[in-house]
Design a protein. Structure first.
Length: 282
């Protein structure tokens, strides 16, 4: 082997060694990135599992419907109420699903989402602000795309509050809380002869607590504030973090006294155990 061939062999060996070193570095870096990605995925998965376990005991569906095409003016209070209540419930440990200006499909999907998340230890709350109508002795939450000309339209296009309560019961919810702010004079009332004012009584069976803005068959007018009278008082009492039953009853008494009996909310309870807002008492 001559000198030139020897120099060529040495250069070839050097280049090969350099390439091997570079490949090793790339493989090592790639492996490190993969490990970091796996660790990150594990961390996200753990956070999601921990969060879902921590939140599953308190669930809330909050619906605020304000823009009904048949109404002469929007119900701005309903939207404000839904947003304020959602914020307050989250501070009290509820996992809140809030829907604004919900169509019927939106409401059905929201109820379905709630159904899929209820566990046997769940405290479940439903709030509806908007127009409600009674038909066939049931109270219905009306979506913003409802087209109402006769009583059967209410049953077909509305979402039954009693039906949602039955679903909660079937899913085994530990306690059921319902706040309905829908005893308004609605734009459909003159369209069918059998129309009844206000809402029908909502049955509080099997560990349920229900607050409605007026007595059955009664309607109330919205005030001029940013929030309805019902939600304003409810939020004030909710922030005191008492038991759910005391919050509902204090709200009822405050509104009854302030209106000198013109507006008397209805509270129905069949709770078998204390349910508290906030962290204390479960």
């Amino acid at each position: 082997m001559n000198v030139k061939q020897l120099d060529l062999s040495r250069r070839t060996i050097a280049v090969a060694a350099a390439l091997i070193g570079t490949v090793s570095l790339v493989i090592g870096a790639h492996a490190a990135l993969n490990m970091r990605a796996i660790d990150a995925a594990k961390a996200v998965s753990t956070d999601q599992i921990t969060g879902s376990i921590g939140q599953s005991s308190r669930l809330a569906l909050v619906i605020g419907n304000g823009h009904y095409p048949d109404a002469s003016a929007p119900l701005t209070q309903s939207i404000n109420d839904a947003r304020a209540l959602s914020s307050s419930l989250r501070k009290n440990g509820f996992d809140v699903d809030m829907v604004e200006d919900a169509t019927r499909d939106d409401m059905v999907r929201a109820v379905s989402r709630l159904k899929s998340r209820i566990k046997p230890d769940s405290v479940v709350m439903l709030f509806f602000g908007g127009y409600g109508v009674q038909a066939g002795r049931e109270s219905y939450m009306l979506p913003v795309d409802a087209v109402i000309w006769k009583e059967s339209d209410v049953r077909r296009q509305g979402v039954s509050i009693d039906g949602v309560l039955d679903m909660m019961k079937e899913q085994g919810a530990k306690a059921k809380l319902v706040v309905v702010d829908a005893s308004r004079r609605n734009p459909y009332e003159r369209r069918f002869r059998s129309y009844s004012h206000g809402l029908a009584p909502i049955s509080a069976s099997d560990n349920a607590l229900i607050l409605s803005s007026a007595s059955p068959g009664k309607v109330v007018d919205d005030g001029k504030g940013d929030h309805s009278v019902l939600v304003s008082e409810f939020l004030s009492n909710l922030n005191a973090k008492g038991s759910a039953e005391s919050v509902f009853n204090k709200t009822r008494l405050a509104i009854s006294r302030a209106s000198e009996g013109d507006q008397v909310p209805t509270v129905s309870s069949s709770l078998l155990e204390d349910v508290h807002f906030g962290e204390a008492g479960g």
